[in-house]
Ligand binder design. Structure first.
Ligand code: ZN
Length: 137
């Protein structure tokens, strides 16, 4: 009788502990979701653009375009807007990766950077005065 009772008590204690762990996991999951997922998304976007640059330098422009596509999709899914330094690295019309001399032609005129996409011919214009800092990063 006593053995059964202590057995039940241990079981109850165990169940309580498990419930606590389960609640803790759920709480953490809920808190982490948006903030943490966004942080991870930003990190992945950065990595994808780094890889896109490497691919473009290796003349693998299709792979670079694919990385841009993935980065944009991640941004859209987690509601993370791409930093302007990355927005300038792909064509606003066909979303192909823009690498000066490889997939776009760049001219500077009156404080405006004019970049013509070799894929679709769209002209993308950006102010470049404060962009010199961004390029060095
Ligand atoms: Zn284009």
């Amino acid at each position: 009788m006593l053995a059964v009772l202590t057995g039940t008590l241990i079981l109850l204690k165990f169940r309580d502990r498990m419930r606590k762990v389960y609640i803790d996991i759920r709480k953490e999951d809920g808190e982490m979701s948006k903030k943490r997922k966004r942080r991870i998304a930003k990190n992945r976007i950065r990595i994808l653009f780094e890889e896109a640059k490497k691919a473009a330098l290796a003349d693998e422009l299709e792979r670079a375009d694919r990385y841009v596509e993935l980065a944009r999709k991640i941004g859209m899914k987690h509601n993370v807007s791409l930093p302007s330094k990355y927005k300038r690295r792909f064509c606003k019309n066909c979303y192909s990766y823009l690498h000066p001399g490889r997939s776009c032609r760049v001219r500077l005129k009156d404080g405006i950077l004019v970049s013509r996409c070799s894929g679709c011919g769209t002209i993308n214009r950006y102010g470049y005065e404060d962009d010199e800092k961004n390029n060095q990063r």
